[in-house]
Design a protein around this ligand. Structure first.
Ligand SMILES: [Mg+2]
Length: 268
């Protein structure tokens, strides 16, 4: 009964540009792309204990069973991400799509093109990151290609101080800072973001616009660039947030709601 209520809410959240509810034609093979933290996994105080929501895990299995292509694209390093997925058959992308494990188990890396640039900017910014970690007491998670600065435990004025430091470093060294729930993501290379990951995935999954749509679900500013690309390519975007990350996005409140909405779209 609850599910039917969810389905009605899908209809009401579709943007004005979609005159009818989005529904995958039964014969089409779509490429479904999910962020991990905050999207498939609820945000937890300890990022080391993040696990995929059970209803999302079932969704991914059922999508694959229905012949759909499924990918998880995260800023976590691939070796950190992959054991948390534990689902054969998905495309798993770490480092925002620099490193992949394909459904066949094959590994692909696109890291070489970015390595020199990233090392240069990491070195340049190391003093500011030390200050943010040891003086401002933020929790700095080094993922090499990016750094997440977690501020959940800090007072509001300290959070703002961390943001000011990051913005100053971004201007100085040409970095990008993205807002995430209770964290800031530092992107060392300006062209390395999740839209890069989506482009790489479309190539390795041999996705073609003529044969099916893209779906992208994410929860923060780092996902919004990927969602803009997906929307531009005629795809469906879903924001796990109170407000849409991208204007046309379907808004869902949490991972179980995301699973219900995706089921409705996929016709599962
Ligand atoms: Mg996220």
């Amino acid at each position: 009964m609850r599910l039917s209520g969810e389905r009605r809410s899908v209809t009401s959240r579709i943007s004005l540009s979609e005159p009818r509810p989005i529904r995958r034609p039964e014969t089409e093979r779509w490429l479904w792309i999910f962020d991990f933290d905050g999207t498939l996994s609820p945000i937890v105080p300890d990022r080391h204990s993040a696990m995929m929501d059970r209803s999302c895990r079932r969704l991914l299995m059922d999508l694959m069973q229905a012949g759909q292509q499924v990918a998880i694209l995260s800023s976590r390093r691939l070796d950190d991400l992959y054991p948390r997925i534990d689902l054969p058959g998905v495309y798993a992308g770490g480092g925002m799509g620099l490193e992949w494990i394909l459904p066949s188990g094959e590994r692909r890396s696109y890291a070489e093109a970015f390595e020199e640039d990233v090392i240069h900017r990491r070195t340049a910014m190391s003093g500011q990151l030390d200050y943010i970690e040891h003086v401002l007491d933020a929790d700095v998670e080094d993922k090499f290609w990016t750094v997440s600065v977690h501020v959940r435990h800090l007072e509001q004025d300290r959070k703002e101080e961390v943001k000011r430091e990051l913005d100053a470093a971004a201007r100085l060294y040409g970095l990008k800072i993205r807002n995430a729930p209770e964290a800031f993501e530092v992107l060392f290379s300006p062209s390395l973001d999740k839209s890069f990951g989506v482009s790489v995935l479309c190539r390795i999954a041999k996705w073609e616009a003529s044969r099916g749509r893209l779906v992208y679900a994410g929860d923060d500013e780092n996902d919004s660039v990927a969602m803009e690309l997906v929307a531009h390519l005629g795809g469906v975007t879903i924001s796990v947030a109170r407000f849409p990350t991208v204007r046309e996005s379907i808004v869902v409140r949490d991972p179980p709601h995301l699973a219900a909405v995706c089921r409705s779209i996929a016709g599962l």
